[in-house]
Every structure is written in structure tokens, then in C-alpha cells.
Write a protein of this length. Structure first.
Length: 402
């Protein structure tokens, strides 16, 4: 099997995913256009050599539909021979896109690919989604569907995580993200997003709340109490998990991922194409795996997918230097650390989506880049990236620094 190397990665800053956010005026296609242009320019890339561009996009409605991977490449001035496609594995779409691009390289069918993702949550809100899982009663009944916030609170209730537990984790995420930003740990990866006049709109992650304390978070009301009671979702969750007497609602805006806009891209290729084009590899793709999990609790897929990829690669968790797990909700990471027996000092060392945000289709590619940069900064070797996924799934990727 051909080895796949990561030669570069670049991302936008995460902008607040509301009409007053700094990236709201930028169309989804323009976000991915600027990311692809930056990846090309900083590598002096001959885009006629790009065999495929794979972009994760979750909400494919309206201006975020119709294959922004291909349209963004055309808009960025890529050679017209470079094709593009979009895929959707919900919150893991950006990582799955990199995995898909890597699989093409590893199979020998491609020499050079780009994987990444996109989500403009201020322009295409989550409320526009629809889909059978949530809106078809026959499907929802059979799968015991509940929204993700209820699933997160169900995890906390089953595992005994208190409000103080999830808030304390979130405070540390803010502190770590603030430290990483202030010390320039993200500077290599972030490219500023500009408007049509070339003026910079945003050059840093917009939502970090430096100085957040547990007392600050204690003032926030749980977000999913009314949803659980008034729409019957608590009862559905308990029907599926009767060992839980009641759902303890502990999640709120301060310990859940922030809604943001953003895009990212990762350049993946063979050793030979890198040598030919004068590219220096940053990391090697060791392996990747996805798995399904129970869809009501929904967010417990990371640990099974991590164990799956470790087994496939003949490794154990002790072979991993650093872990990255998307902070969809604080309880998700607490359960993962407990189940995998991972110390907090080894995971999400520069904070995560609770502090910086979760642009659904792009997050996987973003955290992969963050992990690679941190392995280099600490002179460590191996990292594992994980994401929980709606509908009950998990995706994992192992990388080795070169």
C-alpha cells in the first residue's frame, strides 16, 4: 500500500456563526475559495497535479450546496483538470474528507489530493436542515430520536458527571485556547479572511472567552430543559435507557461547542509527488476508521472508533502521544477520557470547540492540523484525532510526524 503524507494544512479563523459575526458577509464558496488559494500560494502548487479535492459539508442547502469543492477550486483559479466532490458524515465530515483523499493516495489511484471542509453556520443555520432522522415520525420513532443536547445530558446522567464537572472542563478549554492563541500556536495554520476590497475581516478565532471561570458558567441556565420536558425527549431517552431515572440537564452555551463559520484544507500526497514538487512532509497518515454507535445517546462513537483504528494499525493507546477529540459537549470528552483512560494533560491541549467553535463540515480538518502543529511544537511523534457524530457514529485518524 502506498504511503500518504500530509504536506500542508491551512484554515480560516472561526468566526461567530451569527449575522453579527465577522465572516457572515462571506459566502460559503468564497470561504473555501480563499482556503484553496492560500494552500496553493504558500506551496507554489501546480494545481494541474491535483487529482481530487474532497470537502466535507454538512448543510448542503442553498448557497452551500452544489459541490462547493469544485466551484471553489474554479473560483480560486485552480487548473480546470482538478475535480472536486463534497461528502457528509455530519460532524466528522472534514476529517472523513481527509481520510477519503488519503485513501485515494494509499490505493495508488491518486498522487496528490486535497481534503478539508466548510461550514457557514451564520448563512446556512442548523434549523434549515430537516432530514428523516429528525422530521419523519416513523423514522424517529424507530430510532428513539432525540436532539444532540439531550444526548449529551443523557451521557452526563449515565456517567454521573455533575454540572461542576462539565463546567470545570469547559473553563480549562477556554484557558488552553487563550494560551495557544496568545503564544502564536495557531499562527502557522490560520490565514486571514479578506473582503472583496482585500481588507482583512478576521485573522483570529473570534469566540474565545479569556478569563472564563466556573462561577461565570454557573450563572447560565441549562439549554435543554424545556426541550426535554415540553417535547418529550427526556421520556424518549429514558425509554431507551431505563436505567436512567431522570435526565440531569447540565449543558448550556458555555460548555457546548460554539456555532461558527469556517473552512479548512489539507494537502495529501505520495512521497514521490512531494519530492517532485519540492514539498516537505509534515506527517504521515497511519490509519483511519469509522464506526456506528447507538443513535439515541449518539455521541459515544469516539472511543469505539479509536479502538478500531488502533487495532487495525497494531497499536495501543499508549503508542499515542497526543489526542484531539472535538468538544461537541463537555460530557463527550469526559466520557472519552474515562473510557480510554486518558489524562486531561494528553488531550485537547490547546482547547477545542467549546472555546473556539465547531464549523460542522470543517472541524475535523481543523483539529487534525492543530494536532500536527502541536506534535511538531512539542517534538512528539504520534497523534490520534477523534470526532463524535450525529446519528451515532465516530471517526478516528492516526498520524505520525515526519
Amino acid at each position: 500500500m502506498t504511503e500518504a503524507f500530509i504536506y500542508d494544512h491551512v484554515r480560516t479563523p472561526r468566526g461567530r456563526g451569527k449575522p453579527d459575526g465577522s465572516l457572515h458577509e462571506v459566502t460559503p464558496v468564497e470561504l473555501i475559495t480563499q482556503v484553496l488559494a492560500a494552500l496553493r500560494d504558500r506551496n507554489e502548487l501546480d494545481t494541474s497535479r491535483v487529482d481530487d479535492i474532497v470537502m466535507g459539508v454538512v448543510h448542503t442547502q442553498g448557497e452551500q450546496g452544489a459541490n462547493p469543492a469544485r466551484i471553489g477550486a474554479i473560483n480560486a483559479g485552480y487548473d480546470l483538470s482538478a475535480p472536486g466532490k463534497q461528502l457528509n458524515r455530519f460532524c466528522a465530515s472534514g476529517l472523513e474528507a481527509v481520510n477519503s483523499a488519503s485513501a485515494q493516495v494509499m490505493s495508488g489511484m491518486s498522487d496528490l489530493c486535497i481534503g478539508g471542509g466548510l461550514e457557514s453556520m451564520s448563512r446556512i443555520p442548523m434549523s434549515t436542515v430537516g432530514g428523516a432522522m429528525a422530521v419523519d415520525p416513523q423514522v424517529a420513532y424507530g430510532s428513539y430520536f432525540v436532539p444532540q443536547g439531550i444526548s449529551a445530558d443523557l451521557i452526563a446522567s449515565k456517567e454521573g458527571f455533575s454540572r461542576e464537572d462539565v463546567d470545570s472542563y469547559s473553563v480549562e478549554s477556554q484557558a488552553r485556547a487563550s494560551n495557544a492563541r496568545d503564544n502564536g500556536y495557531f499562527d502557522h495554520s490560520i490565514m486571514p479572511v479578506k473582503d472583496q476590497l482585500g481588507e482583512t475581516l478576521l485573522d483570529h478565532d473570534e469566540c474565545i472567552r479569556t478569563g472564563t471561570t466556573v462561577d461565570d458558567l454557573a450563572k447560565l441556565k441549562p439549554s435543554f430543559v424545556d426541550m426535554g420536558a415540553n417535547f418529550g425527549f427526556d421520556s424518549i431517552a429514558i425509554q431507551r435507557y431505563p436505567e436512567v431515572e431522570r435526565i440531569e440537564h447540565v449543558h448550556h452555551a458555555g460548555n457546548s461547542s460554539v456555532i461558527v463559520d469556517g473552512a479548512a484544507s489539507v494537502l495529501v500526497g505520495t512521497k514521490e509527488v512531494g519530492q517532485e514538487l519540492g514539498l516537505k512532509p509534515k506527517a504521515k497518515i497511519v490509519g483511519f476508521a469509522s464506526t456506528g454507535s447507538e443513535p439515541t445517546i449518539m455521541l459515544t462513537g469516539p472511543a469505539p472508533s479509536a479502538r478500531k483504528v488502533l487495532k487495525r494499525c497494531g497499536m495501543s493507546k499508549d503508542d499515542i502521544d497526543l489526542f484531539e477529540l472535538n468538544e461537541a459537549f463537555a460530557a463527550v470528552v469526559l466520557k472519552y477520557m474515562k473510557e480510554m483512560d486518558i489524562a486531561h494533560e494528553q488531550i485537547n491541549v490547546n482547547g477545542g470547540a467549546i472555546a473556539m467553535g465547531h464549523p460542522l463540515g470543517a472541524t475535523g480538518a481543523m483539529v487534525l492540523g492543530t494536532l500536527i502543529d502541536e506534535l511538531e511544537r512539542r517534538d512528539l511523534n504520534t497523534g490520534l484525532v477523534n470526532l463524535c457524530i450525529g446519528g451515532g457514529m465516530g471517526t478516528s485518524t492516526i498520524v505520525e510526524r515526519v
